[in-house]
Structure formats: C-alpha cells, structure tokens
Design a protein around this ligand. Sequence first.
Ligand code: ZN
Length: 370
Amino acid sequence: MALATSPVALAFQTQQVVRRRRLRRPPVWLHPRQIERSYARAFQLKTEEFIRQVKEVLLPALPAISAEADSELGLTRTDAWPDRVDKLLTTLRIGAAARATDVKALAIDVGQKTSRWNNKEWQKTLRKTVGVGLLSSEPGLSARLGLFATTDEKWFIGMQEAELNKLNGIIERGFSTGARHETVAKEIEASLGKTPQRARLTARDQVSKLNGRLTQMRQEDAGVSMYVWRDSDDTRVRTSHAAMDGKLCRWDDASVYSDDGGKTWKARSGIGGVELHPGQDILCRCFAEPYIQELAEEPASAPGRRERPQSDFARTQAKMLEEDSAKARARGISLKEFYRRQQAARRRARSAKRRRPAVSFESAIGEGSY
Ligand SMILES: [Zn+2]
C-alpha cells in the first residue's frame, strides 16, 4: 500500500495497519431538515413583514392619489401625484434596507449551523468507515459561508427592489389611465401574493445547496475524489436523480458516472442522469456518499487525484506514523505489532480505571480537586 498524503487516507491506512478489516459502508448522510425548515420560516416571516409594510404605506394612500390623478386628467399635468408615490416608495426602501440587514444576520447564523451539521455528518461517516474523526483547519470554509450569507442578502434586496418597482409600475400605469383605486389596490395585492412562498423555497434551496457544497469541500479537502450518489429514498425524487442512485461519480466532473468501480466513465446523459452534484439541483435532498475505498487503493488509480499541499492534520499524522515506525523498529517489532501492543495497553488502562472505587464528593473536596 502506497502511503497517501491526504489526512483521511492516512487515518484510514493507520487504521488498516491496526486491524485488517473490511471497510464498512458509510452511513446515511442526514439532510439538515430542521435547519432548512426554520430558515425557510424565518425568511418567509421577513418577506411577510415587507408585504405588511408595503400594504400599510401604499393602500391607504391610494384614494388620495387617485383623486389627484383624476383631477389632473385632461388638465395641465402637474405630476404632483407621481412625486407622492415616489415619497412613499422611499419610505418603503428605507424599511427594505433594514430588513435586508436582518436577513444577512439570519443567514450568517444559519450558514454556521448548516456547517456544524454537515461537519457532524462527515465526522460520523469517518468514524464509522475510517475509524477516527478528523479535525482540520478548513481554509475554504469562511469564504463559503460568507458567500452564502451575501447571496441570501442580495436575493432579499433584489426581491424587495423588484416588488417595489413592479408596484410603482402598477400605480403609475393605473392612475395615468384613470383606473379606480380599488382596482389598483387589487393589482398590488395580487402582485405580492406569491412572494412569501417564493422566499420560503429559495431559503430551503439555499440551505440544500450550501450543505451539498460543504460536503464536496470536506470530501475533496480530505482527498476523496469520488462519491456514490444516494437519493433520498422518498417518492418525490426526480427521475434524473433516481437514475444516479448508487452510481459512482467524481467530484471533478459532474457529467460522468461509472458502474465498474471507476475503470471506465460514461456520460450521465446516456441514462438520463442529472449533470450536477447532489444538493445542487433545486431542493435536491440526495447526498454524496464518500468513496472511501479509493483511499485504500494505489493513489494513481483514483481519477482527478490532485496534488494538494499537505494540511496540518496530514503533516501531524505523517509525523506520528514516522515516529511510531521508528519506535517499532527500535523494539525490533513490526508497526502492526506496535499498534497491537499500544491498543492492549490502552484496554488495560481503561479496565483498571473502571475497577477503581468511585471517589466520594467529600473526599474529593478534601483532596483539593473541585
Ligand atoms: Zn436529488
């Protein structure tokens, strides 16, 4: 087995040295359902707050604007009423800016929660397959979370701005053609009607996409270049996603899959498969199961295995492995035997600890430990 440089490969190979065992299938990578739901709810509430303000400011003003517009029809145009509309819209824009700031704060929080969730699933997968969790510095993480927050903030700013421009159009068009204020009011309400639903779906989708991207980032950072597509096993799975279920895929090319363990790669279009990674399609709940097997193989056999600068974790692991090998050589035993003895010593220490009588609260205080 060639010594790999990726942290997961190293952890895995160390584990393989300790005990030769069959690789367990990775567990289901759980979707951050709860985070998605509560973010969607909060996003919807902020949108409803916007709509409420729009209605509170615009609707009561319509009869007066209508009267002014009527009196101007056929007379010399003074354009006093469009100024009034402009003033109302300015008030609404000030409210909109404040709300966008709230949305950004919300998105920063949700981004961090999603990342913690995603990392928990990743650690769970590693513990069950490789045998150890993994701590790494994740240099790309803060940029990714920052992008998430600004994208959502921009979406919200754009949504409010587009709605206000649309309403401006409805009012100006309506009153310059002599429409009744009740008609204009109805048009305004209709225009705003679908917005909360749209906001909710966008928020959910954003969490899904972020979760998918974080999965990709964490797997690739660890040197995992392939994954097995797993769909969410529910009835709403799209056929183009269901077609990918169980297929081996590669992170560097979303247009191909393999059904022979990565020996040959075929076009996904041939089986009607979606040409995206899990989580990238709208509201996709599929997940990428890391193809840990590749770490046990010769590095050359993995596709797109890029040369990466060693992470701190990888360096520490490599150093530990080197030191352990030296210790084993010094004692004239194999590395495998060295780890076996180490494990046995740890087991003895653990059971000795269990046998020790429990220290009473009083005696603990007496000994000065709190
Ligand atoms: Zn999907």
